[in-house]
Write a protein that binds this ligand. Structure first.
Ligand code: FAD
Length: 387
């Protein structure tokens, strides 16, 4: 291939996946990340079967299976520990051909980084402006030693929820909106075997996911006004979830206060009309920030990356046509996953009214296992493009 060059804005899971997908198809990539260094941040992630297939397509499946924990989700309990709905894990694995994978975000991030040439990653580089011409695109960024401009055949805006690239491409778009919930998360040492499962209470959800190497990831989500912070976030979690069923109190007791992260949840209520303008493509949370209720945000970003790599396999020549194909393949799917995730949150974590909660309990109890399984597996059935 000729010297096709892509600049990726942002070194999150989406940006690194895009860089790797393009690199595997012969592109030279430059990833610009505004953080001063690549820090091992975050808690855990569930990669559903579709995301596991996507990391397999990037050649990272074996490393992540070694570094994470493969398991089908166990089901849903109420706050007293009574199962409302159980997933037949072996049937799910049979249908989908793989388990889901619980992994520390830092492990996924490091595995992606290590698969890229170190010279392709540039930290302390804040992108200020992106412009697409007919033959080339330009990126202006601020480095530690001043302002720079890079010219490239393709620019990928993977700069997350508050994407500057999105705002520039779609200046009239309203941007992300608060979805009504705040979430605490932590990855902790907890060697006892615990199945991945979620628990619902009125307007609240607690989830636990083993992530390998004697570690477990938990999260707690509640309905709340935006922008809240507690002086001691772990104490706030204990107040909300400390009297829920075992092993939740034990998980909270095993959590050091300084590892608890808190994030308000945002999504796009107005989906973007396109993920592409000229030679610039949006990807991951920059394109489709979604609520975490289906555990699909990072999975969709990795899918985006795999498809972007595949459509750009021919190199710089056909970029506009390749990006049109990228938009066509990715926008409908990722936007429908985002919609479904929001709806899942309204019916799940956010449902607060006692009568509605009681009706949901009845609905879950009478729903046959195979119907529940089908709805859980619905978005996990994605396959990477052949070749
Ligand atoms: C509570 C919670 C739980 C979640 N659970 C799951 C889960 O179980 N499974 C799952 O698949 N997903 C989950 N997600 C979603 C997932 O974390 C995100 O969808 C995913 O990490 C998005 O990756 P990204 O690379 O698109 O964006 P980000 O991770 O936000 O990365 C963007 C990067 O761009 C950089 N950047 C921004 N602006 C600039 C600039 N101007 N110049 C240079 N660099 C810039 C940022 O510093 C950052 O490094 C969860 C999210 C939340 C909030």
């Amino acid at each position: 291939m000729d010297d096709s060059h892509a600049v990726v804005v942002g070194a999150g899971i989406g940006g690194l996946s895009a860089a790797l997908a393009l690199h595997r198809h012969g592109w030279r990539v430059t990833v610009l990340e505004r953080a001063p260094e690549m820090r091992e941040v975050g808690a855990g992630l569930s990669l559903m079967a579709n995301a596991v297939r996507a990391v397999d397509a990037l050649g990272l499946g074996p490393a992540l299976r070694r570094g994470g924990h493969g398991e089908a989700p166990g089901g849903i309990r109420n706050r007293h520990g009574r199962w409302l709905s159980r997933v037949d894990a072996s049937e799910m694995i049979r249908q989908l051909g793989t388990t889901a994978l619980g992994v520390h975000r830092a492990t996924l991030h490091r595995t992606l980084r290590e698969a890229l040439p170190a010279s392709s990653l540039q930290t302390n580089a804040t992108v200020r402006h992106v412009e697409s011409g007919p033959d080339r695109a330009e990126v202006r960024y601020q480095g530690p030693d001043g302002a720079h401009t890079l010219s490239a055949d393709l620019v990928v805006g993977a700069d997350g929820l508050r994407s500057r690239v999105r705002a520039q491409l779609w200046p009239h778009h309203p941007g992300p909106v608060y979805a009504g919930s705040t979430t605490w998360r932590a990855a902790i040492a907890f060697p006892d075997p615990i199945p991945a499962a979620i628990t619902w209470g009125p307007g609240a959800e607690f989830g636990m996911v083993p992530i390998g190497d004697g570690q477990l990831y938990w999260y707690g989500a509640v309905n709340a006004p935006p922008g809240g912070h507690a002086p001691d976030e772990l104490a706030a979690v204990r107040e909300r979830f400390g009297d829920w069923h075992d092993p939740i109190p034990a998980l909270l007791a095993a959590t050091p206060p300084d590892v608890v992260l808190r994030n308000d949840i945002h999504h796009l209520t107005e989906p973007l009309p396109s993920y592409v303008r000229g030679r610039v493509a949006l990807l991951g949370d920059a394109a489709h920030p979604m609520t975490p209720n289906l555990g699909q945000g990072a999975g969709q970003a990795i899918e985006d990356a795999v498809v972007l790599g595949a459509v750009c396999a021919a190199g710089a020549e056909g970029v506009p046509a390749a990006l049109a194909a990228y938009d066509e393949q990715r926008r409908p799917r990722s936007q429908s996953v985002a919609r479904a995730s929001y709806v899942a949150g309204r019916f799940g974590q956010q449902l607060h009214n006692p009568i509605a909660v009681a009706m949901r309990t009845v609905a879950l109890r009478v729903t046959p296992g195979r119907v529940a399984l089908r709805s859980m597996a619905r978005y996990a059935d994605w396959r990477p493009p052949a070749g």
